[in-house]
Design a protein around this ligand. Structure first.
Ligand code: AHM
Ligand code: MG
Length: 335
């Protein structure tokens, strides 16, 4: 029988044998994994638990919160606040940062998360997920301020997501490739199922919300028009389209078999740089994709180099198979 490597053992070996992660970061990642298992249980209950439907509140972005958005947010906070590995947290579902209460020791790390991404899919039993990003708290001053979180994505020290789909799967990078762990429900633990995930550089599959087509900017329209033209068009091949409306699920497919994902800026709200959030969605997913050999840009600039100015900042996102992302980025540069 091949030896099964648990998430816990993988992290211990990353710390001890490879020296890639310090002990506090190992603990942090293990706690995030544990919280994701709890969220998976809540998600799986569906109508059998009191978890479905809206919570009757809105988040800072004016979006209606689902009960599971709040349950997932609280689960991540409760799991992480007492371990001594964190200085503070920030979430898509909370207006300001969450400081670790004084009664607990303070750690060196900052944890950012979208507790339940793709929440419009909760009530229709389609894959959703938790996305997380870890930064180091800047040194040189006591306490934690919101500005400590405003670090570009290339400064992340860990990033990942957990997808609650037909399988519950945790995908992680600590800057040394991308590894995937599948939840073994009988054992109650995540087991390493893939390492060194690579995204093919070319693809015939794109993911974009086509209903926004009339609002797109010229470079995005040109790229999609060329894909739709198929074999007789300038690309000389037929493309397939997928749109799950859960970034986690769309990115997971791209990590597994390639593809390009776009949620671009559009003319509906010209002053809004895009729909997706830089700190909780674009940065962690951008780093995972790059670590798997893909690329991630906002059309003009590498996502990981965007200097954040606000915690809940939005950004245009184009990520996935390298050659396709480079093509769309090139279209943005051409007149
Ligand atoms: P959420 O964090 O509020 O769930 O919103 C983000 C989601 C992404 O998962 C997904 O790619 C996108 O919004 C779907 O948008 P649309 O409803 O336009 O298809
Ligand atoms: Mg989201």
């Amino acid at each position: 029988m091949t030896e099964r490597i648990s998430f816990t053992r993988y992290l211990v070996e990353q710390q001890r044998d490879h020296g890639r992660i310090p002990p506090q970061l190992r603990l942090l990642l293990e706690v995030v994994g544990r919280a994701c298992k709890r969220i998976a249980l809540a998600v799986n209950k569906g109508d059998l638990g009191d978890v479905m439907g809206t919570a009757g509140s809105e988040n800072v972005q004016g979006e209606v919160q689902k009960k599971l958005d709040i349950i997932a947010n609280e689960t991540l906070i409760e799991a992480n606040e007492w371990g001594g590995h964190l200085a503070a947290m920030a979430s898509e579902e909370m207006e300001g940062i969450y400081l670790v209460p004084n009664r607990y020791p303070q750690g060196e790390y900052l944890l950012l998360f979208d507790p339940l991404d793709g929440s419009s899919n909760i009530d229709v039993n389609v894959s959703i997920g938790t996305i997380f990003s870890v930064l180091k708290k800047p040194e040189g001053h006591p306490g934690v301020h919101e500005s400590d979180f405003l670090q570009p994505g290339h400064q992340q020290v860990a990033a990942g997501y957990c997808i609650y789909g037909p399988q519950t799967t945790l995908v992680l990078t600590v800057g040394d490739g991308v590894a995937m762990f599948t939840l073994d429900r009988e054992q109650g633990s995540f087991v390493l199922t893939r390492e060194n995930i690579r995204i093919p550089e070319d693809t015939k599959e794109f993911a974009i919300n086509m209903s926004n087509m009339r609002h797109w900017d010229a470079p995005v329209r040109r790229y999609i028009d060329e894909c739709l033209a198929g074999e007789t068009g300038p690309r000389g091949k037929n493309f397939n389209m997928r749109w799950i409306a859960s970034m986690v699920a769309d990115v997971h497919r791209i990590l597994m078999r390639g593809g390009i994902f776009m949620y671009p800026w559009d003319q509906r709200e010209p002053n809004k740089p895009g729909k997706l959030r830089l700190m909780y969605e674009a940065n962690p997913m951008g780093w995972l994709v790059e670590q798997a050999g893909g690329a991630a840009t906002n059309g003009k600039e590498r996502i990981l180099d965007v200097q954040p100015t606000q915690l809940h900042q939005r950004v245009s996102v184009i990520l996935g198979s390298k050659n396709e992302v480079e093509r769309v980025t090139r279209y943005h540069q051409e007149p």
